[in-house]
Design a protein around this ligand. Structure first.
Ligand SMILES: O=C(O)CCC(=O)C(=O)O
Length: 213
C-alpha cells in the first residue's frame, strides 16, 4: 500500500501459520463482498449463533457446504430456520487452494466448508480452536472491510503466549500443520477503517475448512 511507511510483509506468526497482507486484489474483494451479500440472504442466511450455555456470539454467521453450530456440523440449519445449507461453490475452493499454495507453498486441499462471519463495531470472537472437523487440512481465512486484531495463540491454552496480528481488508491468514489446532480469536474491530471504495460498514471474515465428513 502506498500510504504505508513500511510495507506490510508476509509473516510466519507460528510454524504453519502465515499472514499475507493484501492478498486479495480489489476486483476479488468486490466479488467476494457481492457473494457474501447473496449468501447472507435467507433461507439459511446470516444468523445469530447461540451457545449451549445460553450465550450468543456477537459475530453473526452464515455457512456454506456444511452448517456449523456449537459444536458439530449438519446439512441443514438445525439451530435456525431448518433450511438446507447453501452449496459450497467450486470457485471458492479454487481460491482456497490458491491461498494455501501462496501462503504455505504446498498443494491445497479440497475445501468444502465456508464460515462467513460478520462483525459490526461491537462484535468480537473469543479464543477457540477449530476442532469439529475430521481433517487436519489448513484453515484459510480472508478478511474484508474493517481492520481487526486477530489473536493467534498456542495449542494448549486460551491464554498467553499469543501474537496479535492486525488483519485488514484483503488480507489472508492460513494456519495448518503444528498450528492447525491453535487457539485464536478476534478481541477487537476498529470501526470505520474499511476502505470507503469497498462499500462495507463492518468486517467480514471468510473462513475455509475441510470437513473430512
Ligand atoms: O474473524 C476471524 O478472523 C476469525 C474467525 C474464526 O476464528 C472462526 O470462524 O473460527
Amino acid at each position: 500500500m502506498d500510504r504505508e511507511l513500511f510495507p506490510r510483509e508476509r509473516t510466519e506468526v507460528a510454524p504453519g501459520a502465515v499472514h499475507v497482507p493484501d492478498w486479495l486484489d480489489a476486483a476479488r474483494r468486490r466479488e467476494l463482498l457481492a457473494a457474501c451479500r447473496e449468501w447472507a440472504r435467507p433461507p439459511a442466511g446470516l444468523r445469530t449463533v447461540r451457545t449451549p450455555g445460553g450465550g450468543t456470539m456477537t459475530a453473526r454467521q452464515v455457512c456454506l457446504g456444511w452448517h456449523w453450530y456449537p459444536y458439530a456440523y449438519a446439512r441443514t440449519v438445525v439451530d435456525g430456520d431448518g433450511a438446507r445449507v447453501k452449496p459450497f461453490p467450486g470457485w471458492l475452493g479454487e481460491l482456497g487452494r490458491e491461498a494455501v499454495r501462496d501462503a504455505l507453498d504446498v498443494a491445497g486441499p479440497a475445501y468444502d466448508i465456508a464460515l462467513i462471519n460478520f462483525y459490526d463495531a461491537e462484535a468480537r470472537m473469543g479464543m477457540h480452536r477449530d476442532s469439529d472437523e475430521k481433517s487436519d487440512a489448513p484453515v484459510v481465512s480472508l478478511s474484508l472491510g474493517d481492520t481487526c486484531v486477530f489473536r493467534f495463540g498456542n495449542t494448549e491454552t486460551r491464554t498467553r503466549p499469543y501474537t496479535d496480528v492486525e488483519l485488514r481488508d484483503g488480507d489472508l491468514f492460513v494456519f495448518g500443520g503444528p498450528s492447525r489446532l491453535a487457539y485464536h480469536g478476534v478481541p477487537k474491530v476498529y470501526p470505520g477503517t474499511a476502505p470507503p471504495e469497498l462499500g462495507l460498514t463492518g468486517r467480514l471474515n471468510i473462513t475455509l475448512r475441510v470437513s473430512g465428513l
